[in-house]
Design a binder for this molecule. Structure first.
Ligand code: AMP
Length: 116
């Protein structure tokens, strides 16, 4: 069994977070340490630790991450200018919280993608 993270508490509203969207499959909230004017994390309500743990039965929820990212980008007013979606995996990917999450980052030119 995967261990719960602080994100499970955010989903259940047990700790405060700036939640911008929630439905039966996903929750989205503002990153506590924003790297750009818009920085929202979109996560499955189901605990999936990393992209290595995604199974075929998760395809619906993983697709929902993208449709919700599209909606939030529109709501934030950054869809037209553009933004970046990032999913980090494990230590080499820079993952800190082991509950899969999609970063939606935008609101300024982000430059080329960093590999360092
Ligand atoms: P990652 O490095 O991809 O695992 O990203 C984890 C992200 O979660 C970081 O950008 C953190 O700033 C963010 N984060 C950690 N704890 C919280 C929290 N309680 N509320 C909102 N964002 C958080």
């Amino acid at each position: 069994m995967a261990e719960e993270t602080i994100f499970s508490k955010i989903i259940r509203k047990e700790i405060p977070a700036d939640v911008v969207y929630q439905d039966d499959l996903v929750t989205a909230f503002r990153d506590i340490n924003p790297r750009a004017p818009s920085h929202v994390l979109i996560i499955p309500n189901k605990l999936i630790p990393t992209t290595n743990d995604v199974e075929p039965e998760d395809e619906l929820v993983m697709g929902r991450l993208f449709t919700v990212a599209k909606k939030i980008a529109q709501d934030e007013g950054i869809a037209e200018d553009g933004y970046r979606l990032i999913v980090n995996c494990n230590p080499h990917g820079g993952q800190e919280v082991y509950h899969i999450h999609m970063h939606l980052v935008g609101g300024r030119p982000l430059g080329p993608m960093l590999l360092s």
